[in-house]
Design a protein around this ligand. Sequence first.
Ligand code: AMP
Length: 281
Amino acid sequence: MRIIKKIDDLKKELFTLMGKKIGLIPTMGYIHEGHLSLIEQSIRENDINVVSIFVNPSQFGPNEDFNAYPRDMERDSKLLEERRVDILFSPDSGEMYPENFSTFVEVEKLSKVLCGRSRPIHFRGVCTVVLKLFNIVKPENVYFGAKDAQQAVIIKRMKEDLNLDISIKVMPIVRDEDGLALSSRNKYLSKEEREAALLMPEALKEANMLINNGLFEANKIREKIVRELKKNKCIKIDYVEIVNLKTLESLDKIDNNNTLVAVAIKLGETRLIDNFILGEI
Ligand code: AMP
């Protein structure tokens, strides 16, 4: 595996691989099985696999966890090497955002709801860095996780709106044995917080069962999830929303083929998200 930190070096390396099918997996590192599931899919579908690790400052708000975000390059590169990733691209902030940088990509509307309410600049930062990575790597396929469902919906919108010749693949959520969706931020949780966090996947599982049994009134499902989450006082609910999977607009009636049920909570300073999807992003 080649570890590359400079954009020009990566472009030169990729130039020598012209004609090969390239898969890209953008990450912020602290690699876990969720990331690895995207990588494995990319390896199955492409000739050359590029993983980026970049804790992107422009997607963190001023009071968010940019500095505290877990980083472990040594462990990450070992894990990627074991999986036979070809290239690890790990630029520093100055490389991605040189002096006088001033162009940002904003996907309107979709970026302002759900996580966008409490993280107003988040998706602008995500789209900007993702488009930069697309332009640098020029992949055929790019892999994202359904855990960040809103992110996947927004990036697909950006792809359509900006006519990007890239295939966006969205892979299912990978969970720990206890049901908690894997996330680099789980590292922040105390034992008590982790226990409380489990109410989130449990509430979603129950909601999914109720829908399977024919309850399609969104407000009833929403209330049920809220009630479950309120069972633990550590949990601060950011949102529980049931929305159309394409427009992210609130639904009254759940559509079995086009619904996102999404939750965000805070446990102390740690913000966690989870969801389930009826249909396909
Ligand atoms: P991150 O490093 O958290 O920015 O995540 C990089 C990519 O991995 C994103 O596309 C995430 O949606 C995806 N991802 C993160 N956690 C999971 C998970 N538990 N299951 C599947 N994909 C995930």
